[in-house]
Design a protein around this ligand. Structure first.
Ligand code: ATP
Ligand code: MG
Length: 544
């Protein structure tokens, strides 16, 4: 199979069936989202896990159009930026779809951001209006921008803001709206500016087009379409909707397919398990911390009936094969698999085919349909065949338009042939699956040898007394850099630094050995599930 996937031109191609993107350039995200409305209008689209409140597809569409109309009335026009800052809720997708329906551009922010962090994003993206929830008003009021509150409250709008409840449930929709009320929207128009997670530095505004969203939604659901046909799946969404993973892979991709999305504001293990049982959830996507927690708390999982679950997907950060297998033990009827993507690729690059294989490879699976890749040797600038490691480059209809108002960064990231240089180190195996080793920037250079933190973290997590772990490089006069670990022990454990170092030393080459182990209460992670290594480094240095 490797021959089919790896061409003579040094390009890897997807073995999945090709994408057939809608040809009409005016078929933008919202018409695409509701293209099958007549057959699914009565089905539930969104369900609030807590209250059980449900919106059908037809209600969702009415709310989106009413919200769009309100935006037009507030003189938001095509290409204006609108900031959405809200936790996951039934109204979040309504707001997001309404913004993109009129050709405006949505930028989303983490509701946990401080006023200063929000200001920074506002300065960069220059929004015309803010959509938020009343408890966050204090953090945005200094910006002096018009504001819509996502709320079910029936108290009237006040002098500071408009309530979404005032307009979204109007039923006189057809009288109010005709096609000519809406600016024409093209597939190549920008739909969103999503800020990357900022794991390696300041986060960048990634401009994604309507086409990026449509293509990605087809990529993400391609295997489901093959495996389950028209069956209606129930997706649980606790991944943040402000991040690419929750917004595209769950919300847009699953709703366009007519699947039901059960919404939770955030991940909490027992609440999640209870929700799976109650709503007979068939699928959820998560980040590695969730998979690790489930693997390490099997007695908790066993208290719930999770037999409805068919698939659990993990992405956003590296996850070891052993942890995946450990987690699979408590979900015997469920396929567990990994996917790989970036904000810059609208969340998609590769995905394991859950239906096709029951064995875990530790890979992130084969390329999504329509995606091409190269593995580049950066020293000799040469594409590499299977089993050789290099920088992962990708090309396809899911690759961003560019970084917002940052030509220089765009040019450095997307080359003249359209290849996006991901900054990730990886390789293809002989079965055509991508293995993401780590970020190039995170590699620890020990006397010229490379140590990938992800490899050591994966090993540490296989220790039964280790609940969580993170590895960083520290400068060292002799070696350049040395790997050190932060380790969270189980409550009963008395594991020592020497024992932890030995546990790793027995399994790796001498240059990869841990030079120091620091026991901690927790490992700082971002909302998207990434280890905040900068914070760990800061913590360590400030204790010296
Ligand atoms: P920034 O670019 O601002 O520093 P970020 O790269 O963390 O932040 P995202 O776009 O959210 O922002 O994350 C994409 C990155 O996440 C990828 O480049 C890769 O390093 C990592 N990643 C995603 N999925 C996986 C996976 N399955 N295995 C390993 N790493 C992954
Ligand atoms: Mg990145």
């Amino acid at each position: 199979p490797s021959q089919l996937i790896y061409g003579n031109d040094g390009i890897y191609r997807s073995p999945r069936p090709p994408l057939s993107l809608p040809q009409d350039p005016k078929f933008s995200m919202i018409p695409y989202l509701f293209r099958n409305l007549s057959s699914i209008s009565h089905l539930p689209a969104l369900v609030d896990a807590e209250t059980g409140q449900t919106s059908t597809f037809s209600v969702l569409r009415t709310q989106v159009l009413n919200f769009s109309k309100a935006l037009l009335d507030l003189s938001v026009s095509k290409n204006d930026v609108v900031l959405i800052i809200s936790p996951n809720s039934l109204l979040f997708p309504v707001a997001f779809f309404a913004v993109v329906a009129i050709g405006a551009i949505a930028t989303t922010a983490n509701p946990l951001y401080t006023a200063a962090e929000i200001s920074k994003q506002v300065k960069d993206s220059d929004p015309k209006l803010i959509i938020t929830i009343p408890p966050l008003y204090d953090k945005i009021k200094h910006l002096n921008l018009p504001c819509i509150m996502l709320t079910n409250s029936t108290t009237p709008s006040n002098s500071n803001w408009y309530n979404s409840s005032d307009f979204i449930n109007k039923t006189s929709l057809n009288v109010l709206l005709s096609d000519s009320d809406f600016p024409p929207v093209h597939q190549d128009d920008p739909a969103a500016i999503l800020y990357s997670s900022g794991t390696t530095g300041a986060s960048k505004g990634v401009v994604l087009s309507h086409k990026n969203f449509i293509a990605t939604s087809m990529m993400v659901t391609s295997d489901q379409d093959q495996a389950y046909g028209e069956a209606k799946n129930v997706f649980l969404c606790f991944l943040p909707m402000f991040h690419i993973s929750g917004l595209v892979a769950v919300l847009f991709a699953q709703l366009q397919r007519g699947n039901k999305v059960v919404v939770m504001p955030r991940y909490e293990m027992e609440k999640m398990l209870r929700t799976i049982e109650k709503y007979k959830v068939s699928h959820f996507f998560a980040a590695p911390p969730v998979i690790v927690a489930l693997a390490k708390n099997q007695e908790v999982v066993k208290k719930y009936d999770v037999s409805s679950l068919r698939e659990i997907g993990s992405g956003a950060a590296p996850l070891g094969k052993d942890v995946l297998e450990e987690c699979a033990k408590v979900f015997p009827q469920t396929a567990l698999y990994q996917g790989y993507g970036l904000t810059e690729t609208c969340g998609a690059v590769s995905l394991e085919n859950a239906a096709a294989s029951s064995q875990h490879s530790g890979s992130t699976g084969m390329l999504d349909p329509g995606v091409e890749a190269r593995i580049m040797d950066l020293e000799r600038m040469q594409p590499l065949p299977p089993l050789q490691k290099g920088e992962i480059w990708v090309r396809g209809p899911n690759v961003m338009l560019g970084y917002f108002k940052n030509e220089k960064a765009t040019k450095e990231t997307i080359d003249d042939e359209g290849w996006l240089h991901t900054g990730d180190l990886g390789y293809f195996d002989n079965e055509g699956r991508i293995h993401v080793v780590d970020r190039l920037k995170e590699l620890i250079k020990y006397k010229g040898f490379q140590v990938a933190p992800a490899e050591l973290e994966e090993l540490l997590l296989t220790h039964p007394e280790i609940k969580d772990a993170a590895v960083i490089g520290l400068s060292d006069v002799d070696a350049g850099e040395v790997p050190i670990a932060f380790v969270v022990r189980s409550s009963y454990s008395s594991l020592t630094e020497v024992e932890t170092k030995d546990f790793i030393a027995k399994q790796v080459a001498p240059y990869k050995r841990l030079r120091k182990v620091i026991f901690s209460e927790e490992i700082p992670k971002s909302a998207a599930g990434k280890i905040l290594r900068r914070e760990l480094r800061h913590r360590f240095l400030s204790k010296l």
